[in-house]
Design a protein around this ligand. Structure first.
Ligand code: HEM
Length: 188
């Protein structure tokens, strides 16, 4: 994945746990003491190794690290020069979720070798929907849970997410049932 992702993992660890924690994680992941380059492509293994090393060093399950990173990503991208892109994807949670593929298509203009996931929405109701997540990369569903929670904060709604794996279909994928209420209580 592009260095932008690894750089964000580094930013999360440094800001929340400090520089020493980052150095221990980087060393455990077998990475040199060099800055990540946002526009450079790294092997996916680098990112998985970072998550694994963070899990050991911080004493938290890899799923929790991924979820925390997902939350962080929604804020990080907005601050790392992609605020306009985030704004253009929608002004409320369901609009935004319907536009996720379009968002990554626009990201590809800057990152031409992007291998983005794909999302689709079904079963839409006034305050809930099903989000289908397709990726060739295994094990990243907890990242999507974190992303959904981060987006909920962005749009000031309270969200409930349940997740299940859908196998035995033409395109196996992860399915998230997402429901929300406005922070005041009723549907937004
Ligand atoms: C402007 C904001 C965003 C930017 C710049 C961005 C960019 C990226 C980049 C560079 C990757 C790595 C893929 C690669 O290098 O091949 C990625 C992966 C990913 N993105 Fe985004 N993204 C953005 C917003 C979002 C949002 C809001 C979601 C919410 C669901 C999302 C979901 C994902 C997921 C789940 C992956 C992991 C890769 C996979 O599943 O295969 N992204 N994105």
């Amino acid at each position: 994945m592009y260095g932008l992702i690894n750089k964000a993992v580094e930013g999360l660890v440094r800001s929340k746990f400090g520089d020493d924690a980052w150095n221990r994680i980087r060393t455990r992941a077998g990475l040199p003491d060099e800055p990540f380059v946002s526009m450079e492509q790294y092997d996916d293994k680098t990112t998985y190794d970072l998550v694994g090393a963070a899990s050991v060093e911080l004493g938290a399950p890899a799923e929790a690290i991924l979820e925390e990173f997902g939350r962080f990503w929604t804020v990080y991208t907005a601050e790392a020069g992609y605020g306009e892109l985030m704004r253009s994807a929608g002004h409320n949670l369901p609009d935004f979720l319907r536009n996720l593929d379009q968002l990554h298509t626009r990201v590809r203009l800057s990152f031409p070798h992007l291998k983005p996931p794909s999302f689709s929405v079904s079963n839409e109701k006034a305050a809930s929907l099903d989000l289908h997540y397709y990726s060739d990369r295994p094990g990243l569903a907890p990242l999507v849970v974190g992303l959904l929670k981060g987006l909920a904060e962005r749009f000031s709604v309270q969200v409930t997410v349940s997740w299940r794996r859908v196998d035995g279909v033409e395109r196996p994928h992860d399915l998230f049932h997402v429901s929300w209420t406005s922070k005041g209580g009723g549907p937004s």
